[in-house]
Ligand binder design. Structure first.
Ligand code: ADP
Length: 512
């Protein structure tokens, strides 16, 4: 009975052993980790299918080969040494703690691995088991993460903007070097402190806190993702203007806000200087116009006296004057006539736009009027005029008429000798202005004079070649400026000129 029991027990333990062996075999065969067994000499005695797959060798190719077959050349010697050491006091442990381990497959590919070592005895033989994991993918992912962290750091450090992030409690979590530069706090000084108690001027603190709270509870976005200008506070108490954009972000379930901030003190100062300069210029212009007005107005009187007395002289010496006296008197008459025209032009120029009223102007009508005023010149020169449809704009009637009058009479005047002028008048609507063009086939203008001709009294010809005082285009420039526009020319000498001018477009403007 006792014997029988003992036999039953024997049977059971054998069965158990058998079952365990089966289980281990299955584990060995199906493990997703690579397993290699070596003897004390470092020769491979077993390798599971995953190890075959990982290293590209068959079981037969692996069996009996030294484990260094699977180690890159430069590491083979050191591995041998470690292996000898290991078998002197073998125990289960990870291999190469803290060091990067590498393996090599049949194709010569070297790859990073992690290895756990186990140990067992087979009779008197000491055997080592290596559990090997290919960690190339993980290392790659780590490298990408590292490089993206480095990139982020690089961006933060070299950004021209101050980058400041706060958590939902309003405490500073990110502070880049540029933030240190513009606000005066170092990162260690300010990190963790409330934004509202550091870089926001006291008078805006409550507003900031309320805004943050409102966004968190309602997601209301009145300052988010927009370029805004506010006043910031430097560590030394100085307030200064900044321009910033706030972007809400989320990382690992944490909400936070990043602000990209730029100190705009210099820009503001430049704007201020610019405004002062413009104001100054405006004032000077007014004074200059007043001067031109007064001067030209007051010059008329003595001029009239000169002309009057010359007239008297002429009459007085009508019969007695010798040839020279008559010639001199004629010179004086010509010169004073010319001066009277100049003074009159100057007076007109300084009066331009005074007491002006903005009104709808049908440019088609204005041009027709001008053309009818110029009938004589048109007929004499046999000019051909092409008039496109023009818009009805808001402007100053007298000035607009004068503008067309000057440009058209110039196109007639500066025609090529012996060739009838061909003049085209067109207008096109642009985004916020109308652009007019008056093109002719006249003598043209050399590029070096394209700007100069708009300056008062600048002429390119003597009065004997072409009559004029050189004020017409200066008038045109002033008129277009009164209409918030510009005037310019482009031209091909010998072929013709194209004068362009613009006037501001208003909502009431339309095509006729
Ligand atoms: P003015 O006609 O009295 O000479 P403006 O101020 O009208 O004065 O023009 C200045 C100069 O620009 C003219 O003297 C002329 O040389 C040049 N100019 C103006 N319009 C034309 C044109 N359509 N073709 C060629 N030259 C022109």
């Amino acid at each position: 009975m006792l014997i029988a029991k003992a036999i039953v027990f024997m049977k059971d333990s054998n069965e158990i052993l058998l079952e365990n062996e089966k289980a281990f075999k299955s584990l060995f065969e199906h493990a997703t980790i690579s397993i290699l067994v070596t003897d004390e000499n470092g020769d491979i005695t077993l390798g599971n299918p995953n190890a075959e797959k990982l290293f590209g060798y068959t079981k037969e190719e692996l069996t009996g080969k030294p484990i260094e077959l699977l180690i890159p050349e430069p590491l083979k010697d050191i591995h041998r040494k470690h292996r000898h050491q290991y078998f002197k006091a073998p125990k289960a442990r990870p291999m190469g703690l803290g060091k990067d381990l590498f393996a090599r497959d049949k194709n010569g590919r070297t790859f990073p691995v992690e290895i756990s070592l186990g140990y067992y005895k087979l009779g008197i033989k000491k055997m080592a088991v290596a559990f090997i994991t290919d960690v190339s993918e993980r290392k790659k992912a780590e490298a990408i993460l590292r490089s993206s962290e480095e990139t982020t750091r690089l961006i933060m450090n070299s950004a021209l903007d101050a980058i400041v992030c706060i958590d939902t409690n309003g405490c500073i979590t990110v502070w880049n070097p540029q933030a240190e530069k513009i606000f005066g706090y170092t990162e260690s000084e300010i990190k963790g402190r409330r934004l509202s108690e550091t870089i926001i001027p006291e008078k805006y603190r409550a507003l900031h806190e309320a805004g943050l709270k409102r966004y968190i509870t309602t997601q209301e976005q009145n300052v988010i993702n927009k370029l805004i200008e506010i006043t910031a506070l430097h560590r030394n108490g100085r307030e200064f203007p900044v321009e910033l954009t706030i972007i809400p972000m989320r990382q690992k379930d944490n909400d936070f806000f990043c602000a990209f901030i730029r100190d705009i003190t210099e820009r503001r100062e430049a704007e201020l200087r610019q405004n002062e300069y413009a104001e100054d210029l405006k004032q000077k212009n007014i004074e200059l116009e007043q001067f031109a007005y007064v001067a030209s107005h007051d010059l008329q009187e003595p001029l009239r006296t000169v002309s009057g007395f010359v007239e008297l002289l002429k009459r007085h010496y009508k019969d007695q004057a010798d040839e020279n006296v008559t010639k001199y008197i004629n010179y004086i008459t010509d010169a004073s006539d010319r001066m009277r025209r100049l003074v009159q032009d100057l007076l007109d120029y300084s009066r331009l736009g005074r007491e002006r009223i903005l009104e709808p102007i049908d440019c088609n009508k204005v041009v027709q009027e001008v053309l009818s005023d110029l009938t004589m010149a048109i007929q004499e020169s046999q000019a051909v005029i092409h008039l496109d449809q023009l818009p009805v704009i808001s402007g100053f009637a007298t000035e607009m008429k004068q503008l067309f009058q000057n440009l058209l009479s110039n196109s007639l005047k500066f025609r090529k000798p012996g060739e009838p002028p061909v003049i085209t008048i067109t207008a096109i609507p642009k985004e916020d202005h109308w652009q007019f063009k008056i093109a002719d086939n006249g003598i043209g203008i050399d590029e070096k004079y394209w700007e100069r001709i708009f300056i008062i009294f600048q002429r390119l010809h003597t009065k004997n070649e072409y009559d004029g005082t050189g004020i017409g285009l200066a008038h045109c420039k002033k008129i277009t400026e009164l209409h918030n526009g510009k005037i310019w020319v482009d031209s091909t000498p010998g072929e013709g000129s194209r004068f362009y001018f613009t006037v501001r477009k208003r909502s009431t403007d339309k095509w006729k």
